[in-house]
Design a binder for this molecule. Structure first.
Ligand code: SAH
Length: 282
């Protein structure tokens, strides 16, 4: 029987040493051991087993989405493909996760539009177009699942759920207790055993899960925190919104950082608009 990790966790050093290239290969589950003191990250919730991703969930489909949200989602996926998302696994994950369950029922009828929506505490769920674009960049054409992924900014948990279908393990960290709790509630019925929710300051990353095959941020700072680069595996990729130009009115751009044996390669892509990356917890 496959042993499920308990968290807070520490990775087994011997297994880690033998870990192959983190991208594109099905990395065996790391042997995770419980670790008593994780001061900066007081609570970690593992979202349990996948039973019904797209059907059989007990709560009713909200009004406005209709009886068959699958058809609306299929149209959304078609539009994403028309916009240029090619990765079949990303498109499949976007088709599988029910976005309307992650927003307030009053907004459910807008859940499959390509728009960001409020999720409380001044934060927003990212647009499906942005989630799929970033996931595709993160996967960088790999054919299997990604290895371990760190997400900074769980928010309502939507992107974390999408990522959990694309990676072996996902650690998602949120600095606002109210949203961490909301995400846990939203994700409870999906029962995703490889998704681990953490409450803490994601600017520090999550060293106990490192090295990561991929790191993705859903909030934009002045620069990419060094901790994220340090916690990225060689061969790994980081995708994050970062302020451009400096100053208070500065915009943001999507930045891709590839960590290679030779060093860091940074690529600046299109302009984006994300909520700010903030330090500390609240
Ligand atoms: N991916 C999310 C988007 C949430 S918006 C979703 O699908 O809903 C970005 C989130 O980043 C917000 O919830 C915000 O509180 C969080 N955030 C900002 N700075 C953070 C930090 N330092 N650590 C962890 N989370 C942070």
């Amino acid at each position: 029987m496959k042993q499920r990790p308990t968290f807070p966790a520490q990775l087994d050093a011997t297994l880690e040493k033998n870990r192959p290239n983190p991208r594109g290969t099905r990395v065996p589950h790391a042997n995770l051991q419980t670790h008593a003191s994780v001061a900066a990250l007081p609570s970690v919730a593992t979202v349990a087993k996948p039973k019904a991703l797209t059907s059989g969930l007990p709560h009713a489909v909200p009004q406005g989405v209709g009886m068959d949200s699958g058809a609306v989602r299929k149209r959304m996926v078609q539009k994403l493909a028309e916009q240029g998302v090619r990765d079949p696994q990303v498109l499949a994950a976007m088709g599988a996760i029910e976005r309307h369950r992650f927003v307030d029922s009053a907004l459910a009828n807008q859940a499959y539009e390509d728009t960001s929506l409020p999720i409380g505490l001044g934060q927003t769920i990212s647009k499906p177009g942005v989630v799929s674009r970033m996931a595709e960049l993160l996967r960088n054409g790999c054919t299997g699942r990604l290895g371990r992924v760190l997400e900074i900014g769980t928010g309502c948990g939507y992107q974390a759920a999408v990522l959990s279908l694309l990676a072996e393990e996902v650690y998602s960290i949120e600095r606002l207790r109210g949203l961490h709790d909301k995400a846990r509630e939203n994700l409870r019925l999906l029962r995703l055993p490889n998704l681990h929710l953490l409450f803490g300051d994601g600017m520090q990353g999550f060293a106990k899960g490192a090295p990561y095959a991929a790191i993705i941020a859903a909030a934009g700072g002045e620069a990419v925190p060094q901790a994220w680069v340090d916690q990225l595996a060689v061969g790994g990729r980081l995708v994050a919104p970062v302020a451009t130009g400096g100053g208070s009115g500065a915009g943001q751009a999507l930045v891709v950082i590839d960590k290679t044996a030779q060093g860091i390669r940074q690529t600046i892509l299109e302009a984006v608009h994300f909520v700010p990356l903030k330090s500390g917890v609240a």
